[in-house]
Design a protein. Structure first.
Lengths: 219, 254, 225
């Protein structure tokens, strides 16, 4: 292995890692918002909207991100909807992640027992107060591990955006292989970069998951 | 016990409750005077719990009317969350909110639903906690409490709303035997203090001690209604006799 | 011409070619699903082993596969391994290996979950009525574990089908590549070709994966009762 080459390439990887993280953060945040709204719509069975949410979730869950990105980036462009690759990537991640987050939130909401809801009602809480003080806090606690797993999943999925020419980690590695044939070096750095990004998050989540499980929320 | 007045707190006329095609309560008539303690008895599935749940709107009713303090509360325009502030209810399963401390559990309703002053409610809550001997648990979470302690807190949580009437739905049914007593004692004390109560229970000894009136229900209908002395010593109907016999057997065995 | 962009799908053999392209990634998925089913069960059983060392090794394998994006694994196997082994791996074969390794890890975790979620008293009551260990497994453990396992295993299969779309990025000629070729040929005649072609591929994936997920959901609700 060419260590000089590797150390010279590190700045490139740092720049690319910033792009990967940037996309992941925005993608995860928008997924959380979309997922939260969709889950509430489904949980409270809001007319018409819940049908739309259902269709969205099925479309999102049963198609690959890569195809979603190609459709957004190359397909829509030809209809006059020209989106930047960066916007497309976040849209794609949000479209994909929204359904995953929604299912995680939804499972949390469903885990709030009927008796909890009835007790809330019997002390005279309104629907809104019930949601705010009883349902959401409990649902959220149950959903945290799944939300975290989805966040990691989305961070990993960002590796696909290099296909629409965004300069993320994957893209840099491909570039180095293409230009200098330093395959092993480029890939070792790539793996290291992902490990540095993902390992701490993964360990932190395992810790959170344990804490949530011990909190004994929802019996 | 001559504590009750002739003022009807709760009045139910021709209540009809169905689940789809199954009729649970065909035509239920019922009233409670202020300060009265009514115990509902009956075999499981007889509709007594469903009846309690109808009273605070947790179950929709198909026909009939429910009056609280002379006012109809089951109209379409009823704001149930307002009505429920006057009706305290305690359930069979421990229904404390697991993500809140004991104090937060108790304060939630009075502060958020009733909009009362925090300091005032806090004083009341602490007084109540002290009365049941759980003041030192106020910062604890429900998971740190025993079943009996949880149920006592659940009673206080309802009491702190200053309800007109309290409903108890088999509150000791899922407790370990040694904890039943501590919960029943709290209820008995409440009854003696003049609280209006409707209680569904299988604790016959408690029913004898606390009730002003016992109502025996089977298949959604009132079969017999009497003072506890009369009901337990000389039940009139065959079904009530049979029901009491089963309990006698149980008590002998255990 | 623009309004008739959809006709690009029906020109010549285009639609057939797309489906044919899709069959390439489906074949990779099928091969890896088959391998994952077999080795996944083995891994899952090993993960519940009495020996801590075996459990740790299996756990390490699972976490190592999981933490790295699948696309990176594809690159590692296709480019690096070829270089290290001085032996040219075809992109398709590299894909088969990567997806089998990944599927085995995920399947192993599902199997482990199905086995360990079995309440102990279930086995005890089996022994209590005088069943042998083999009979307890045959009549009590395996049927219940399967009910837990099968819906999630089917879900894993759809995930694998979706993820095999990545193989185009290491040069396997599959549906996306065929799509690009069709678009290149017809771009002058039909400027909106890419919308229709990518839309069609999107739809193709959906009609393959949706019924499968639906089936798994059905099984899950049916068996939960």
């Amino acid at each position: 292995m060419d260590f000089n080459f590797m150390s010279a390439s590190i700045p490139l990887y740092i720049k690319a890692a910033k792009m990967t993280l940037d996309l992941a953060v925005w993608g995860i945040l928008s997924s959380l918002i979309i997922g939260f709204i969709c889950a509430l719509i489904g949980y409270y069975k809001i007319k018409i909207l819940d049908k739309i949410v259902r269709i969205y979730i099925e479309l999102s869950r049963n198609t690959p991100l890569l195809i979603q990105l190609f459709f957004l980036y190359y397909g829509l462009a030809k209809l006059g909807i020209k989106l930047e690759a960066y916007t497309c990537a976040i849209l794609g991640l949000a479209f994909l992640g929204g359904s995953y987050m929604s299912e995680a939130f939804r499972a949390g909401l469903e885990a709030v027992s009927k008796i909890q809801i009835e007790s809330g009602l019997s002390i005279g809480l309104t629907r809104w107060q019930l949601t705010r003080y009883i349902i959401l806090p409990q649902a959220f606690a149950v959903a945290v591990p799944a939300l975290g797993a989805n966040a990691i999943f989305l961070l990993k999925e960002t590796s696909v955006v290099s296909a629409i020419a965004l300069a993320d980690l994957m893209f840099v590695a491909k570039d180095l292989i293409g230009m200098y044939y330093k395959t092993t070096e480029a890939l070792v750095l790539l793996v290291l970069a992902y490990l540095i990004l993902l390992l701490p998050i993964s360990i932190f989540l395992t810790y959170i998951e344990r804490r949530v499980r011990h909190a004994g929320v929802g019996n | 016990m001559a504590k009750q007045s002739n003022e009807k707190v709760l009045e139910v006329r021709h209540l009809n409750k169905k689940y789809g095609e199954t009729v649970v309560l065909p035509d239920f008539n019922f009233e409670v005077q202020r300060g009265e303690v009514v115990v509902l008895l009956g075999p499981s599935g007889c509709g007594k719990s469903t009846f309690l749940r109808c009273l605070n709107g947790l179950e929709e009713i198909q026909a009939g009317e429910i009056k609280l303090n002379g006012q109809i509360i089951n109209a379409d325009a009823t704001k149930w969350h307002v009505v429920r502030q006057k009706i305290g209810m305690v359930f069979q399963s421990y229904d404390l909110f697991p993500h809140m401390t004991i104090l937060e559990n108790i304060l939630l309703g009075p502060i958020k639903a009733q909009g009362r002053d925090r300091l005032e409610v806090l004083q009341q809550a602490e007084k109540l906690l002290e009365r049941v001997g759980l003041l030192d648990k106020k910062e604890a979470y429900p998971s740190q409490l025993s079943g009996g302690q949880k149920q006592r807190i659940a009673i206080i949580r309802a009491l702190c709303m200053n309800p007109e009437i309290m409903l108890f739905d088999e509150v000791t049914a899922s407790l370990d035997p040694e904890m039943v007593r501590e919960v029943l004692d709290v209820m008995l004390e409440l009854a003696q203090a003049g609280m209006t109560m409707v209680i569904v229970t299988h604790e016959m000894g408690f029913a004898k001690a606390a009730a002003d009136r016992v109502i025996f229900i089977d298949q959604g209908q009132i079969i017999e209604e009497a003072t506890p002395e009369l009901f337990f010593t000389s039940p009139k109907s065959e079904r009530a006799k049979k029901f009491l016999n089963i309990f006698k057997f149980n008590e002998q065995v255990s | 011409m623009q309004a008739w962009g959809i006709s690009v799908l029906f020109e010549g053999q285009n639609l057939f070619r797309l489906v044919d392209g899709l069959s390439v990634s489906i074949r990779i998925a099928a091969v890896s699903i088959a391998f994952s089913a077999v080795f996944g069960i083995l891994l899952g059983v090993l993960m519940t082993s009495r020996y801590r060392l075996i459990r740790y090794i299996c756990r390490f394998y699972l976490e190592a596969i999981r933490i790295i994006p699948t696309l990176v694994w594809l690159f590692l196997f296709y480019f690096s391994l070829t270089k290290i082994l001085h032996f040219h791996l075809s992109a398709e074969f590299a894909s088969d290996i990567v997806f089998s390794l990944w599927g085995t890890a995920e399947m192993g975790d599902l199997v482990r979950g199905a086995i360990t979620s079995m309440p102990k008293h279930q086995m005890d009551s089996g022994f209590a009525i005088g069943l042998t260990k083999l009979q307890v497994y045959r009549y009590i453990v395996i049927p219940q574990a399967l009910r837990r396992l099968i819906p999630s295993a089917i879900n894993l299969a759809t995930r694998m089908i979706k993820t095999t779309s990545l193989v185009v990025l290491i040069g396997v000629v599959e549906v996306l590549k065929v799509g690009q070729q069709i678009i290149e040929v017809s771009i002058l005649k039909t400027p909106t070709a890419s919308f229709w072609v990518y839309g069609c591929i999107f739809f193709l994936y959906f009609i393959i994966c949706y019924p499968v997920s639906l089936f798994s959901k059905k099984l899950e609700t049916k068996w939960q009762q």
